[in-house]
Design a binder for this molecule. Structure first.
Ligand code: PLP
Length: 415
């Protein structure tokens, strides 16, 4: 009888090097919330969580209509032609005309980012990533052996890119500069001037831009321009999708738009097509509904979503600004707010992780510790919670800060 080998089967380096800090934290958190208080989850950027940010009826109608007519076989790996054409029409601008040939449909924006990083990066090259930034970029780079090299965003300058720092990180092996605008986790939106400065720098060093524009047009005030629209010389691969603006993250449809005014990306386009063939694109049912979605959703839906996110930001900002141990940054877009924790003003909170753990166990409020985005001593809050939850969360955060302050009110009164 053959002997049975009882050694554990090892995992591959690829699996071992695949780390998504958000999932790791959220799925493995062992702190128990205070059983006397309802848990307020302000951690996950999924607008469907609270039931107050719902997709418009036109989305359900479009998918339902498509269910009657849709082909249920495999589609083209990079997306159906009418779908790519509809996305091209939606994002076409005079300064950067795009056609269906420039659009690739993917399985969510995450898949678009994976393809953009895969098509430009390699184990001998680096990609410049924002800090703080959406942690998936490093997850993708990490398991491919691509160096994710971080450049700083400036917390006291509305999270603009520190251009000097960015330039200092560029070398001959820099394959791309990845930018997120509007930003998760910062809730910031760059001015057009700042976008042009970034493009100028990329042009000077002849480096393409990967623009994560999943929050495109989710800007509270002022202009919203894509990097592709603004760039003349620098090739831009823009990544987007339905998840955020249309409030359907679970539908898993995204896209990649290539802006390439000087036709420098012919090989890259071929590479993107090959990479799309790995999983044969996004599901046919939802992608087939995209032309109807983009045509029928009224502007009032987009405006209303933004107005409500802005109102949430205003409430958070005005309430948290009054807490001496915190310094919130007023968001300009997307669906997040970053808040600095002044750790020197707490007697027993030493960092963002401890802040969050204690806040959950005492007050049942769950923000994300921003060290998972590369920004220690900040927390990230989501703006999609209903007003009453935001108000309640702020009052519990205030109580928590005052209880842990270096000079709690009861101590003060004794002295
Ligand atoms: C900045 C950013 N990019 C990409 C994604 C992923 O989008 P999707 O759900 O379409 O994969 C997210 C999701 O939270 C995000 O915040």
């Amino acid at each position: 009888m053959p002997s049975i080998c009882k050694n554990k089967v090892p995992i591959s380096p690829c699996a071992e090097n695949t780390i998504n800090p958000i999932r790791a934290l959220v799925d493995n958190l062992v702190v128990r919330p205070n059983p006397d208080k309802q848990l307020l989850r302000l951690s996950i950027g999924d607008p469907s969580v609270f039931g107050n940010f719902n997709p418009p009826p036109q989305l359900f109608k479009a998918v339902s209509d498509n269910l009657q007519t849709s082909c249920y076989g495999y589609g083209p790996a990079h997306g159906l032609e009418p779908v790519r054409a509809a996305i091209a029409t939606f994002y076409n601008t005079d300064s950067s005309p795009i056609t269906s040939e420039d659009v690739y449909v993917t399985s969510g924006c995450s898949d678009a980012l994976r393809i953009a990083i895969d098509v430009l990066g390699s184990d001998k090259r680096n990609i410049l990533l924002p800090k703080p930034g959406f942690s998936l970029y490093q997850t993708i780079c990490g398991n491919r052996g691509i160096e994710g090299r971080f450049y700083d965003l400036l917390p006291h300058n509305d999270w603009a890119i520190d251009l000097e720092d960015l330039e200092s990180k560029i070398d001959n092996n820099t394959a791309a500069i990845l930018v997120t605008n509007p930003s998760n986790p910062c809730g910031s939106a760059f001015s057009v001037k700042h976008q042009l400065d970034i493009i100028k720098l990329a042009d000077k060093h002849n480096i393409p831009i990967i623009a994560d524009e999943i929050y495109k047009d989710m800007v509270f005030d002022g202009e919203s321009k894509s990097f592709g629209e603004l760039s003349v010389n620098v090739p831009v691969i823009s990544c987007g999708g339905l998840a955020k603006r249309w409030l359907v993250p679970g539908w898993r449809v995204g896209w990649l738009i290539v802006h390439d005014k000087h036709e420098r990306l012919s090989e890259v386009r071929d590479g993107i097509t090959r990479l799309c063939q790995v999983i044969i694109g996004s599901n046919m049912l939802v992608q087939g509904a995209i032309p109807q979605i983009l045509e029928t959703v009224p502007q009032s839906f987009y405006d209303d979503t933004l107005a409500r996110l802005k109102k949430a930001a205003d409430i958070f900002y005005s309430k948290l600004s009054k807490i001496p141990q915190l310094r919130p940054t007023m968001p300009q877009g997307a669906m997040y707010m970053m808040v600095e924790i002044k750790v020197d003003q707490f007697h027993d909170v030493n960092d963002d992780m401890e802040f969050v753990e204690k806040l959950i166990s005492e007050q049942s409020v769950f923000p994300l510790p921003a060290n998972i985005f590369g920004m220690p001593n900040y927390i990230r809050l989501v703006l999609t919670a209903p007003e009453e939850i935001i108000t309640e969360a702020c009052s519990r955060i205030s109580e928590f800060c005052s209880a842990h302050s270096v000079s709690p009110p009861n101590k003060k009164s004794r002295s």
